[in-house]
Design a protein around this ligand. Structure first.
Ligand code: DLL
Length: 435
């Protein structure tokens, strides 16, 4: 028997979905034009009026929104409702200076949690399940999103948050967790720790895992499935769109169904902005059709992927996106935290160091390693090891404040970082995260 959380809409005929999208879009565009000055100005600049947008085919006339707009409008410039109607915020893990802050009304939270509930049910979740949520709780959307979804499904919810692996394992074993939600790298680490503690995959009661927030490969899926004895499902989302649950995998495991009654997806050429036909590889753009507090019109995610409308054996009719295959900007995701090289550069320059640096990211035993090598100025150079170590510790602290995670800092002698003849190679990512 196939399981759906909201069967009617999840399996609705294409025409029905289009009808819903068109109606919600017209309403949403009228609403942002009338109530959000930032959108009105963008639309006026492009010469588009709300009445020009009748169906999703007209969406191409609307301006794009980028992360830079979100920073410009920080914190309240994109609010679609009175602050008094908002009940929550979440935020991305640091971008240069200002973070992205997303607002939610109660209705936004309900819809978001329903999307996560669809993902949990697609992974086989029911009210009988024990769902262990080990995404981070707090400003990050992972914990709250899956937590809310788990409640909606009626699972016994274990709000573990991330970290403290031994305690995670103790609860998992003692309470018989059947579903686990966390980043794929943390899932792999839990699998490894279980084996080290002498457990075999069949010793736990887990049947499914819902993993996302960072890129992971099919090889990683197979290895997690083996080490935990589960079926591993992908889930995608971003803070700007509410959080996890924009799209999720079903049992076919061949891409993630986008919740099209709430999000309209386009694939564009990242250089020209041209909308590409189905199946093309390009940048994913989302329009949130019914978000109230933080409306999002044609938001450029910077994630590169493809869309497919091929019929799915699960019966869901919503379009599927492939795993993100990379990004059209230089953002890295390290231990689940979004990191831009420019943030690192900002700290270095502020602290009086050279802009000659190199970031090395790797993965050891399924954990990201994060090292930054920086050249000292000749006048900063010292023969005293303790001087250098003190400088490294203080830089690590400054980095942690900026990024939310601390890289291991290595101060090296002047002129030792290889100079490039073309673009500087700032980032060496050895993790091989994309197939
Ligand atoms: O990572 C929301 C989330 C939480 C998704 C838990 C899934 C599970 P942000 O911190 O704003 O939000 O980061 C969003 O993470 O633009 C992608 O580049 C990346 N990302 C998210 N899910 C996946 C995934 C959350 N399944 C950014 N595969 C996005 C690959 C992913 N990358």
């Amino acid at each position: 028997m196939k399981n759906y959380y909201q069967k009617e809409i999840e399996t609705a005929p294409r025409e029905k979905i289009l009808e819903i999208q068109n109606e919600k879009l017209r309403k949403q565009i009228r609403h942002v034009y009338d109530n959000v000055k930032y959108y009105r100005d963008l639309m006026d600049q492009k010469g588009v009026k709300p009445e020009d947008i009748r169906t999703v085919d007209d969406i191409k006339f609307l301006p794009f929104l980028s992360k830079a707009d979100l920073r410009d409008a920080y914190p309240y410039g994109l609010l679609g409702t009175d602050l008094k109607n908002c009940v929550r915020i979440h935020s991305t893990s640091g971008t240069t200076g200002k973070r992205v802050v997303a607002f939610y009304t109660q209705n936004d939270i309900d819809i978001w949690e329903e999307c996560c509930a669809r993902a949990i049910v697609a992974a086989g979740g029911t009210a009988e399940d024990v769902c262990q949520v080990c995404y981070g709780y707090g400003l990050f959307t992972g914990g709250s999103g899956l937590h809310g979804g788990s409640h909606k499904v009626g699972c016994l919810t274990l709000p573990m948050s991330s970290g403290n692996t031994e305690r995670q394992i103790q609860f998992m074993m003692d309470l018989g967790s059947t579903i686990i939600c966390c980043t794929p790298s943390y899932a792999a680490y839990i699998g490894e720790t279980l084996a080290e503690m002498g457990y075999k995959p069949e010793d736990n009661k887990l049947k499914a895992g819902i993993f996302g927030a960072e890129p992971w490969t099919e090889e990683m899926r197979r290895s997690i499935e083996k080490s935990l004895g589960i079926k591993a499902y992908d889930i995608y989302g971003l803070t700007e769109t509410s959080g996890p649950g924009v799209s999720f995998e079903c049992e076919e495991q061949t891409g993630m169904h986008i919740n099209e009654d709430h999000f309209y997806a386009e694939i564009i050429d990242p250089d020209t902005g041209e909308v590409l036909p189905e199946g093309s590889k390009g940048e994913l753009v989302f329009t949130a059709l019914d978000k109230e507090a933080f409306p999002l019109i044609r938001y450029r995610t910077r994630d590169i992927c493809t869309l497919s409308r091929k019929e799915c054996s699960c019966g869901r009719t919503h379009v599927k996106m492939s795993k993100p295959m990379g990004r059209s900007d230089d953002m890295m995701i390290i231990r689940g935290v979004n990191v831009f090289p420019s943030q690192i550069e900002t700290v270095l320059l502020k602290e009086g160091y050279t802009p000659n640096y190199q970031i090395v990211v790797d993965r050891e035993r399924n954990n990201d390693t994060f090292d930054v090598y920086v050249e000292l100025n000749p006048d900063q150079f010292s023969d005293k090891v303790s001087d250098i170590q003190n400088r490294e510790r203080s830089l690590e602290a400054a980095m942690r404040t900026m990024l939310g995670i601390g890289p291991k800092m290595h101060l090296v002698a002047p002129k030792t970082i290889t100079r490039s003849e073309g673009k500087a190679v700032r980032v060496i990512d050895r993790r091989k995260l994309h197939d």
